[in-house]
Design a binder for this molecule. Structure first.
Ligand SMILES: Cc1cc2nc3c(=O)[nH]c(=O)nc-3n(C[C@H](O)[C@H](O)[C@H](O)COP(=O)(O)O)c2cc1C
Length: 506
């Protein structure tokens, strides 16, 4: 209670005794009688005054305490908010990650909780985000597809399978977020359990099997996101406002909606689409592109998931050329001023000269803009790093069917990036390059007239030094997934800081 309130309480206590004397002056006998009769009342009033006088400081003290508690609570909440929503806070790595692992022994449950929490927190502005704009110094700036990106770090596909949290992920600091993969029709994926941790290796095995809510669902989610953005930017509502944003009137890339950042959307085929029917498979990919590419800066063609039977066979030069040509043509028809770029995500297991050369041939022939190397692996690490042993549970987990991901992929990744860089820079193995013309027809072009194919690297990256290595090997972007699962929401910020330090060493 403030001093003025206490003062007002004191004033109220003084009013009753003055009233009878002023209302009934002593010269009127009746008044005197009345006055004498009212003596006990006056006494009681005096008691009240005394009581009140005692209570005033008590109330004031209580009031001050309330103010103190209120202020302390407000300051604690504010500091907690600032700390807890900062990606640099060590609580994310050392408390949240182990806690989630304890509370959710099933890795898929933990995945859902992570995504749902970020979605919820984002809605209320309580999500973790990179504070202080560390990219502002320009040290990590890089050029990709003519865009100047804030940094060369990405979050790879599968973490945000249904495009629930692209903005929350972008706020964690990467310049690229890849959502999906999405399939034409919704599909459940494989039966559970289908995601497993190998904690001693900071690794995972998953056989999700491209569970997807379908391309129409993803398109609706992404469309709404653009419309919300348009409305907030004052460009209006509905179709026209959406088109204005997609056509660049808001001066942001049409996919990410954030300057210096890009959104990649990954597309895949349905499991039930017959393996041998390349026309039907191409239609699957094109269906997805027709729905979602409008909202993407980059469309990624997934032919490398190990959990969809027959999918990896599509990496052979013939089928891959056909699929990619269909996708490139569909991407060129997107109704938008700037068209999305197209990349193909390839497996780290198809690593013979012949297989890689077939992929490069298809990339050149179809006019795809780049390659993401690679995905999870069907292989299991041959030997564990020195000093490591697997618990018996982990030994069982290692026998699970599915794609392995985590730090042990890294050695192979660096080598693959270097080899793909070299092969793609040579031009097409057959020496012949075609490009898709405006009406979908093939046009012969000279390889040297074509932009350099872009490489993104994905597989076991967990530190700035490793990011540096893949960039030096020829990649433009270092992508992460499993590193974030074990390192928490601050991983991208940490890796970027380490990368900055690496750059200074040069
Ligand atoms: C649980 C899980 C789900 C994944 N889902 C997809 C996916 O839908 N599409 C895809 O291309 N890659 C998917 N990946 C592969 C990752 O994008 C990444 O390429 C791979 O895990 C290797 O990188 P990392 O070692 O940094 O995790 C998934 C990986 C994990 C662990």
């Amino acid at each position: 209670m403030s001093a003025s309130i206490a003062w007002r309480a004191g004033l109220r206590a003084r009013v009753p005794p003055s009233r009878p004397s002023s209302l009934f002056p002593r010269r009127y006998p009746g008044a005197a009688r009345y006055a004498s009769e009212s003596a006990p009342v006056q006494q009681a009033a005096a008691e009240t005054v005394k009581q009140s006088a005692k209570e005033v400081p008590k109330k004031a003290a209580r009031g001050s305490r309330k103010i103190l508690y209120g202020t302390t609570l407000a300051v604690t909440l504010l500091v907690g908010y600032i700390y807890g929503t900062d990606t640099r806070a060590s609580i994310h790595r050392y408390l949240v990650v182990p806690l989630i692992r304890q509370l959710f022994p099933d890795a898929e449950d933990a995945h859902h909780v992570g995504v749902d929490s970020l979605k919820f927190l984002y809605q209320y502005g309580l999500h973790p985000r990179e504070r202080g704009n560390p990219d502002n110094d320009g040290a990590l700036t890089t050029e990709v597809f003519g865009y100047t990106l804030a940094n060369p770090i990405g979050i790879s596909a599968g973490l945000d399978k249904h495009a629930d949290i692209p903005d929350a992920l972008l706020d964690l600091g990467p310049a690229i977020v890849e959502v999906g993969g999405t399939t034409p029709l919704p599909q459940d994926g494989n039966p559970k359990p289908r995601v497993f941790r190998v904690p001693s290796q900071n690794a995972m095995i998953n056989r999700y099997g491209l569970n997807s809510k379908g391309a129409d669902h993803m398109a609706a989610v992404l469309k709404q996101r653009v419309r919300d953005f348009a409305y907030a930017a004052g460009l209006g509502e509905h179709e026209l406002a959406e088109q204005r944003v997609l056509d660049g009137e808001a001066n942001v890339p049409p996919g990410s909606l954030v300057p210096g950042k890009l959104l990649a959307v990954q597309v895949a085929k349905n499991k039930l689409t017959p393996d041998g029917d390349i026309d039907a498979i191409t239609r699957d990919y094109v269906y997805c592109v027709d729905r979602v590419a409008r909202y993407a800066d980059i469309v990624v063609v997934n032919v490398s998931s190990p959990n969809t039977p027959g999918l990896r066979d599509l990496q052979a030069a013939g089928p891959l050329t056909k699929i990619l040509t269909g996708v490139v043509s569909a991407a060129k028809n997107v109704e938008r001023k700037t068209k999305p770029y197209v990349m193909v995500k390839v497996s780290p297991d198809e690593d013979s000269e012949e297989q890689m050369s077939g992929i490069c041939e298809a990339v050149w022939k179809s006019g795809v803009d780049g390659v993401i190397v690679g995905n999870t692996t069907n292989r299991r690490p041959a030997a564990l790093p020195e000093g490591y042993t697997l618990s018996s549970k982990e030994q069982q987990t290692m026998k699970e069917t599915g794609g392995y991901s985590g730090p042990q992929l890294f050695g192979r990744l660096v080598s693959l990036v270097g080899r793909y860089r070299h092969m793609l820079d040579q031009g097409p193995p057959s020496g012949e390059v075609t490009s898709t013309g405006p009406d979908g027809e093939e046009v012969a072009v000279h390889p040297a007239s074509q932009p350099r194919k872009v490489l993104f690297a994905s597989g076991g990256i967990t530190t700035g030094q490793q990011a540096r290595q893949v960039l030096d090997a020829g990649a433009s972007v270092a992508m992460m997934y499993t590193g974030i699962v074990y390192g928490g929401v601050g991983t991208v910020t940490r890796v970027k800081q380490e990368l900055r330090e690496e750059m200074q060493k040069k």
